[in-house]
Design a protein around this ligand. Structure first.
Ligand SMILES: [Zn+2]
Length: 299
């Protein structure tokens, strides 16, 4: 199967820009790596799609991170994507199950009240850009739209869909982001809103029926001329973890725990929670970490 891309479009008068993606394969891959249960699958999947759509509007080498942090049972949901189509996601509670599914797969309660923090990294830039807004819906898409409006004065429609089968496995995932640029004719905005209300496009259903990214955009843009613009990067689940970073995480265990591991003279198997990559940490490496922690504690 050929790899998907985030497709980008612009209205003929350049005042509306759009992005659409079929992210079924990467969201499925994330689920297989992290064995996520339905609520976390939908949350991480929507986060991944939203991050991919936002990142596609950046420039070479730039990436965007979305941190949804709430007081609900999922705690937090993090998704990150780069302009080049790399994407990954993480939640500390991938196997959270609600007491019942009376509310369906509503994320509102699972995430709870909280904030969305968006970071934007550029190469050679030490301090990333950060913006934080209150969560308005907890359903991811609307929260991204709220962020774009609050932090960048961009009005938008963000529609994200993750469809699971009755076993909770990902059947389809994707989304659409439509952004209104300054200087737009208000009649154009009204037309898009009218299209949206008339058609109520269901992204995951359309993907299940084989819709292409251009098909996903079409119902929103009926009667408005637009064309696709170049964005050749393929979407891929990618985690930039290294042994160095895994060792840094070991530092948080504390000296006593580390000494205990050294006494047992056993190397440790650690897997990255984001991508499942296994790392073997030798006893001497654990000793190095402990020495480092000890040194730091003397300062
Ligand atoms: Zn990793």
């Amino acid at each position: 199967m050929s790899k998907e891309r985030v497709h980008r479009f612009v209205s003929s008068d350049f005042t509306v820009r759009m992005a659409a993606v079929n992210a079924t394969e990467v969201v499925r891959h994330m689920q297989s790596l992290q064995n996520t249960y339905p609520l976390a699958t939908v949350a991480l999947g929507r986060g991944m799609v939203g991050a991919l759509l936002m990142a596609s509007q950046l420039k070479d080498g730039q990436q965007v991170g979305l941190l949804f942090k709430g007081n609900g049972a999922l705690g937090s949901v993090y998704a990150e994507a780069s302009y080049e189509g790399h994407v990954r996601a993480y939640t500390p509670n991938p196997q959270y199950q609600p007491p019942n599914y009376d509310n369906g797969l509503s994320l509102k309660e699972a995430i709870g009240n909280g904030t969305l923090s968006v970071s934007r990294h550029q190469p050679f830039q030490k301090q990333p850009f950060h913006g934080t807004v209150e969560l308005v819906s907890g359903e991811i898409g609307q929260d991204i739209a709220h962020y774009l409006h609050q932090s960048h004065q961009i009005r938008s429609l963000v529609s994200l869909g993750v469809y699971l089968d009755s076993y909770g496995k990902v059947q389809a995932a994707g989304g659409v982001m439509i952004e209104i640029m300054p200087g737009v004719e208000e009649s154009l905005v009204e037309k898009i809103q009218q299209n949206y209300e008339d058609k109520k496009p269901n992204i995951s259903k359309m993907l299940m029926e084989g819709a292409s990214p251009a098909d996903l955009i079409a119902p929103f843009m009926e009667g408005i001329p637009f064309q696709e613009i170049d964005h050749k990067h393929e979407v891929e689940y990618f985690c930039p973890c290294t042994k160095e970073r895994v060792l840094r995480a070991f530092e948080t265990l504390g000296e006593a725990e580390l000494q205990d591991m050294i006494d047992k003279k056993e190397s440790s198997e650690v897997t990255c929670q984001v991508c499942g990559k296994p790392y073997t940490i030798s006893v001497s490496e654990i000793q190095d970490v402990k020495d480092r922690v000890h040194k730091a504690s003397l300062h």
